[in-house]
Design a protein around this ligand. Structure first.
Ligand SMILES: C[S@@+](CC[C@H](N)C(=O)[O-])C[C@H]1O[C@@H](n2cnc3c(N)ncnc32)[C@H](O)[C@@H]1O
Length: 239
């Protein structure tokens, strides 16, 4: 076991330990090349929208001193928001830690959602935003197993992922059509959707049963609602 440094207040000390032998997973190479650039142009959520999602997921009722996992932390935007909300012991895990390094958003640990490099039961709260839909269906199930494993009994996962809403059923085909090239914003978004489609398409096909999937992975469903283009799920690892 190796101690992980925890992002946030350096005085907060260690919160989690890294498991030996848990390395990086595979990100589809074409996606790796484009991801940082496109997201920066068009898709990076503002701190405001992160906060709104977290509040809808009940973040205000969660204690600020326990270890928090930001899984699939990307460029560190959400880690930054969590810090701003007062969380002091955040560990950010990401397949491409160079994204956060490039944005100067803080230390991020290299790791894959299907083999989270943290000790079992070491995390109070996990935040997973826009990550699961990047995984193949079998990887989603592995990632949910891993999420449950790293949470302490009674711990909470706040999940926000694309929903199969009627709005998306119109928007995604539109973006993928020639009309998607109309503006810089829609071009970036179109590129993103195209890159994500190999996993986003199957995810959306399965999404209407997302709540059952979370239950099937052994979580208790605290809440589940669809809002805008996403669903918001608050999950609890049974005590
Ligand atoms: C849309 S971004 C979301 C970033 C961040 N959660 C946020 O909301 O700002 C998806 C992130 O998931 C990461 N990712 C994809 N597959 C992953 C995996 N198997 N393990 C860990 N991270 C992964 C990608 O590298 C990318 O940074």
């Amino acid at each position: 076991m190796r101690t992980l440094w925890v992002v946030g207040d350096p005085g907060a000390g260690q919160a989690a330990t890294m498991r030996e032998g848990s390395g990086r997973g595979d990100l589809r190479p074409e996606w790796r090349d484009h991801y940082g650039r496109v997201r920066k142009d068009a898709l990076a959520p503002t701190s405001w929208s992160n906060r709104r999602r977290l509040r809808l997921l009940g973040v205000d009722g969660i204690g600020r001193n326990g270890p928090v996992l930001d899984l699939g932390a990307g460029d560190g935007n959400l880690t930054h928001t969590l810090r701003g909300l007062g969380f002091r012991r955040i560990v950010s895990v990401e397949l491409q830690p160079e994204l956060a390094a490039a944005h100067g958003t803080g230390a991020v640990v290299a790791g894959c959602a299907t083999r989270i490099p943290l000790a079992s039961g070491s995390i109070d709260t996990a935040v997973v935003m826009d990550v699961l839909h990047h995984l193949r269906a079998d990887e989603v199930d592995l990632a949910l197993d891993e999420l449950r494993r790293v949470l302490r009994p009674g711990g909470t996962a706040l999940v926000c992922e694309p929903a199969a809403t009627p709005l998306r059923a119109v928007l995604d085909p539109l973006l993928r059509s020639p009309l998607g090239g109309a503006t810089r914003f829609s071009r970036s978004k179109r590129e993103m959707v195209a890159l994500e489609w190999p996993t986003l398409g199957p995810w959306l096909d399965a999404e209407p049963a997302a709540a059952d999937r979370y239950l099937g992975a052994g979580f208790v469903l605290g809440s589940f609602r669809r809002r805008g283009l996403h669903h918001l799920a608050r999950l609890r690892r049974p005590a």
